[in-house]
Design a protein. Structure first.
Length: 146
């Protein structure tokens, strides 16, 4: 029997220069997937005029979204990271280089390297139910170290 429980996952987001010692993330949302990484297409394909299959590979970034409980310490720190990397009139980005380390409940560890934060919510949104919505923070990474 395989136990596929996700309870107990631990994420560390290391962002230099803003959070060089890392942000520990464990206050995951209840209304969105806590850790999400969409399918990553690693190759393109086509057919020559005579029906010959051709395939080619191009590098693509690895996307990861963390959904956290609003107003938690994790949310506050990720919001600082998001804002530090956001550009606006008269505001420059600090251009953090991000490493994400995921420690899964089964003992495995995955590390994503040379990343950037690419989206987040600039303020808290409220659902029609009256509840503050979970906060998604999206990252992209150049590579997976293990």
């Amino acid at each position: 029997m395989e136990d596929v429980s996700g309870t107990g996952i631990e994420i560390t987001v290391i962002a230099a220069p803003t959070f060089p010692t890392g942000i520990k993330v464990s206050a995951f949302a209840d209304d969105a997937d806590p850790l999400d990484s969409p399918e990553l297409q690693i190759a393109e394909w086509g057919m020559g005029v005579n029906g010959d299959l051709v395939i080619w590979r191009t590098p693509k970034p690895i996307e990861v979204t963390l959904n956290v409980i609003p107003n938690t310490e994790e949310d506050k720190n990720l919001a600082i990271l998001y804002d530090a990397n956001r550009v606006a009139k008269g505001k420059a980005s600090v251009k953090d280089v991000i490493t994400l380390i995921a420690k899964y409940p089964d003992g495995t560890t995955k590390m994503l390297t040379n990343g950037a934060i690419v989206s987040g919510m600039p303020l808290n949104s409220i659902a029609s139910s009256g509840k503050t919505k979970s906060k998604p923070y999206k990252f992209v990474f150049e590579n997976k170290a293990n």
